[in-house]
Design a protein around this ligand. Sequence first.
Ligand code: NAD
Length: 462
Amino acid sequence: MKAHDGMYIDGAWRPASGPDVIEVVNPADEQVIAEVPAGTAADVDAAVTAARAALAGWAATPPAERSARLAALRDVLAARKDEIAETVTAELGSPLPFSQAVHASVPIAVAGSYAELAASHAFEEKVGNSTVYQEPVGVVGAITPWNYPLHQIVAKVAPALAAGCTVVLKPAEDTPLTAQLFAEAVHEAGVPAGVFNLVTGRGPVAGQALAEHSGVDLVSFTGSTAVGRRIGAAAGAAVKRVALELGGKSANVILPSADLARAVNVGVANVMGNSGQTCSAWTRMLVHTDQYDEAVELAAAAAAKYGDRIGPVVNAAQRERVRGYIDKGVAEGARIVAGGSEVPRDRGYFVSPTVFADVTPDMAVAQEEIFGPVLTILRYEDEDDAVRIANGTVYGLAGAVWAGDAEEAAAFARRLDTGQVDINGGRFNPLAPFGGYKQSGVGRELGAHGLAEYLQTKSLQF
Ligand code: NAD
């Protein structure tokens, strides 16, 4: 695959400061498909310097012009949609139809939403005898994971640019090619030099240097809770703004009045999509005790149908982690009704779509984020019991509720300690705020709430 051997800094591809490289591997066949430079603190420093130099000009650029650049970015992404999907498939391993329908399409919608928000947002308001201005926070250090490689980038960079911030992006080690393609798109869209910069590299080197750089005003991080905690601590010590989008262990609560077959089938698809590597996946299905056996049967059948259609997980370490959790579930007394930890293919980092029945709330497979195609099914006795189980983890990112009517489901959803809930299979909304309660994170992405993360207020009194 095509790869740049430098960093995108100050509007051009520049040689990396050191010789270290990261090999990019196709998880479906374990072949090395490209290599990209592994950035150092010196690369990060050059990128932050460029972002800071560009800040005053971009912050002063009228919102209508920032909107025009974002609209151009959306159009470039749309024009290069097929290339994006192929690149994501090559480095993440997701099946091409999923890459087209989700990995390539969602970021186009999100970029478009920020083109509109930049033009329509009130960056200035009158409050009594004051005028309140919403001004960009400054230089943003964006650190992203591999599971939705382009979406995670666009969900940070588009609102940051709409707000008038400048950005240095450090994408995940496993998916740097999508990030390079995004940098090309930013360039093609006519975004001025220095407003967006890309440093590929490893988390503990380039990522840490970016998170701790004194020239960064806001760190926006999506990834694991373990790394997020460290980044949050460093930002706190530096009195620096921070947004953290972390892990999840979301509940899919099926109330007795729901269409059980639909709720189970959509629930299984939600977990198996992207090979289970979705932070907001509904990995705990909660079913009333009277409907439990039927739900387990339906889920096992739905998971078995996935069989060969599921893609690999991202790398060998992730595969071993997921298999380890499956073995742990068995050791804890859960019952496998589909899949298992046996490796299904000779090549590629595949894991069989797996469903656990007889899961109790305290088991590790019901508490910890597995990040693979593994569904756990738990039983509840009544609604209060369901609320207790659903809220009984350290996470609170997303969830689903199914009932005979939307009102009943919505009333239940209001009792969940979580940032986003889909009611009876509600559709994805690129304008709805996304982010976590509890240890799932701090801050929100998408829509107007996502834009607000990159703004700070100044009031003038008259
Ligand atoms: P990770 O935390 O290992 O890595 C995420 C990013 O942080 C990568 O770019 C990595 O290079 C970088 N990083 C690693 N160590 C660092 C350090 N010491 N300093 C600075 N940066 C560092 O997570 P991952 O394995 O790439 O992604 C999976 C995790 O991300 C899962 O836990 C998942 O739930 C979470 N996630 C959350 C959301 C959300 O919106 N809440 C979305 C996607 C993924």
